[in-house]
Design a protein around this ligand. Sequence first.
Ligand code: ZN
Length: 381
Amino acid sequence: MLNHHADSIEVLLFGAGLPTAGITTRCYVKSEFIHVDFQQLKVAFSNIKATVGGFDHNQLQLHWQVGTQTYMLMPANAAAEKALHATLPVSSIIGLKSWKTNTKAQSMVWNTIVYGAGLIALLLVLFVWQYDNVMTWVASKISMETEKKIGDSVLKSLKLQGNLLEKGAAVDAVKKVGNQLTQGSRYHYQWFVVQDDAINAFAVPSGIIFINSGLLKKADSANELAAVLAHEVQHVERRHALKNMLNSAGVASVVLMVLGDANAVMLVIAQQVSTQYFSRQVEAEADLKGAELLNQKHIDASGMVSFFKKMDAAYKNKDDTPEWLSSHPETLARIKFAEQFVKSHPCKGCAPLTWDKTAILADLNTEEKNGKNKTNKKLED
Ligand SMILES: [Zn+2]
């Protein structure tokens, strides 16, 4: 057929023996029949069933059968679809009447899915952008009981490393100052000394504080120790440590997936805890709130100034900066802050804290020797 019918519409025809992508042909509607140019097919309306298909679920499809052969016809473009829809008598073809309403409903479903996916993507972007705030919020939603459980399991893992002191003159000295600082807190604090020469201290959620023996040796007064403890206490009180641990849990959960071993996960978290990094903003907050805590508990905050200065001298040009001095380039700013704080918050009636440094050093020495003997004995065994 070289001459098209005047009102013919461009369509795609699919069916047995035809290419998978269909063939392009034309059709026209005349007296209850669709006439297709290809093979001059003539299909009665009563044999046709209309459905909605296509990727967007708004594509008109006409189906019919000839013997065992199934054919499907669809408009080749939007104009053809419009023309076909205008020409076909709605009441004569099954499914055609509901096509329009179907199309609307289907595209609403698709719109919802597409916009829904867009919304999720937007939320993800917001989440990444607001990650810190989100983590702060998550940390604030964790109950004291859950926090205690987290803290306990980290402590359990740290104990396995075998270099913790739980009693003796050193621990007692830390406890004495620590208890004064944390009296009335909602947390029940526990104090430990780690046999480690790095001048460091760190906090674990639920109020578990670790002070390295190296820091105790370096401190020249109980007030300097108090300054460090007050800073670490604020990492607990303000849930900085908990938030950090939630971040580590992300890494740890990957370990859990790979190893399937919860103990390994706790070990990963425990190992991260002593080298945990806080942002400058968080450190500044712990400094300020720590200084206020010292003042509130009638402890002279000048220990902050002297210890910061000592640390600055000790860690000048060194990379292994400890946690509580982790934002090292800011140390001068921190010294300045501490000096101004002491100046503007005179500690009236504050008696200097006392400690027996000789007894502490003797205790640490004994423990060190014991530790070495234990290691030697192990090697001999
Ligand atoms: Zn800190």
